[in-house]
Design a protein around this ligand. Structure first.
Ligand SMILES: [Mg+2]
Length: 432
């Protein structure tokens, strides 16, 4: 552990430099949802607080979204059932997750990050990667650059503390993989820099599941091969890993060496497109279901054609309707698989339409019908798969969150959440 350059432990001053190094920062907010609540509501401060995704008024079931640091000594953590959290820490306060509020704070965090780098990747609602390489280009590679990166990390944390009264943990390293691991090393309010020359010594002793992409099942598989630590994995024959796990084997082998070529995806580089959609005003309106379905099919065809042309796959199908002169509204459904084909998109849209039609709420003819596909992912043949493609736990977490919202506030809220939630959703897309 002494090799780590940590806040207050050691200053990065003693190693020779390397050339052509990238410098990536990973920012991870500390107990994000709980910290926001503790900031806003004084009685929550300094005591165990559990923020829940739940559909019940009294937080009696559902899952834990975030536990405050005061609740963690009792073993309460994200993803645990609320029931179990209550039995472990009955004295805690249990509150509902307020996703719109956390998204609003996340946007402000992003604005602060953008002052330090224009190359930013939103990774999840409370995690951001910043490519510091352009900002540090004027400095000679090596010592001076890493010291400057350290100061940038401190300044970023300080801005967030001052402007939002929240703390963050920051990790800095030569790539995203290392930066993310570095931010894990010291929490809360930590700052950790891992320089390339420190990598082998730091990585080797870590349990293998500390690597990005190694979940419980992969850990069991690796253990069956006698691989317990990251060092074991780095020493394992690459061919054996590839034979056993395919491309994932090669990626893990590289990850065990701290290698990761994936870029910090700059906002505005291919990720700008959030959805494809078309809508049509129906002069005078209609309540003829067959006519509406035919219109819908035409719209779906146009949308999926554009998706195929631009090389996107999508997963969430939204139906938009305007009935009479009332406000328009929308319903959404998420497909099992990403697609750019008409038939699954149409099937989902038609189902939403039929459900609406049978709800008995249409008092007037439908005047506008529209369909859109969101939660996009690029379909690039021959695109290099990276270790980040193998991670999807965050998506599961978010799905749980959205399901809980849906349970609580009804189907329509998901549209609201996703409109507000471009931030979270874009983070989700980037992870694919
Ligand atoms: Mg966090």
């Amino acid at each position: 552990m002494t090799q780590f350059v940590m806040r207050g432990l050691m200053h990065p001053a003693d190693q020779g430099g390397k050339t052509g190094e990238r410098c990536v920062l990973h920012l991870d907010m500390d107990a994000y949802f709980a910290s926001v609540e503790q900031r806003d509501i004084p009685i929550y401060r300094g005591r165990p607080l559990v923020v829940c995704h739940t559909s019940s008024d009294f937080c009696s079931h559902g899952v834990v979204a975030t536990a405050s640091y005061e609740a963690r000594p009792w073993g309460v953590k994200a993803g645990m059932s609320v029931w179990e959290a209550r039995s472990r820490c009955p004295q805690a306060r249990f509150v509902h997750a307020d996703i719109p509020k956390y998204l609003e704070n996340a946007r402000r965090i992003l604005r602060i990050c953008e002052r330090r780098s224009h190359r930013i990747e939103v990774f999840s609602i409370d995690e951001v990667f910043l490519d510091l390489t352009p900002a540090l280009r004027s400095l000679p590679p090596g010592e001076e650059r890493w010291e400057a990166a350290w100061r940038l990390g401190e300044a970023l944390k300080e801005d967030i503390r001052r402007e939002l009264r929240l703390t963050a943990s920051v990790g800095i390293g030569p790539n995203k993989l290392v930066a993310k691991m570095a931010s894990e090393f010291r929490k809360p309010d930590g700052l950790t820099v891992i320089r390339p020359e420190q990598l082998p010594g730091i990585l080797a002793p870590l349990p293998v599941d500390k690597l990005v992409g190694v979940g419980a099942r992969m850990r069991r598989n690796l253990r069956a091969m006698g691989i317990e630590t990251v060092g074991d994995l780095a020493r394992a024959p690459r061919e054996a890993l590839e034979w056993r796990f395919g491309i994932m084997g090669r990626l893990l082998w590289k990850a065990a060496r701290g290698e990761d070529d994936s870029p910090v995806a700059r906002s505005g580089e291919g990720h700008e497109v959030k959805s494809f959609g078309h809508s049509l005003s129906l002069r005078g309106g209609t309540d003829d279901l067959e006519c509406l379905e035919n219109t819908l099919l035409g719209l779906v065809d146009a949308v999926t054609r554009r998706m195929r042309r631009d090389g996107y796959l999508g997963r969430t199908v939204s139906l938009r309707l305007r009935v009479g002169y009332a406000m328009g509204y929308a319903r959404a459904r998420t497909l099992e698989e990403y697609t750019d084909l008409s038939s699954p998109v149409y099937a989902a849209a038609r189902e939403l339409l039929r459900r609406e039609a049978s709800s008995g709420l249409w008092r007037e003819p439908v005047t506008t019908v529209g369909v859109s596909v969101s939660q996009l992912r690029r379909r690039e043949e021959g695109k290099q798969v990276t270790i980040w493609d193998c991670m999807d736990q965050r998506e599961e977490k978010l799905t749980v969150a959205l399901d809980a919202l849906r349970d609580r506030y009804g189907e329509g809220v998901v549209t609201r959440a996703s409109l507000l939630g471009d931030f979270a959703l874009s983070g989700m897309n980037l992870a694919r």
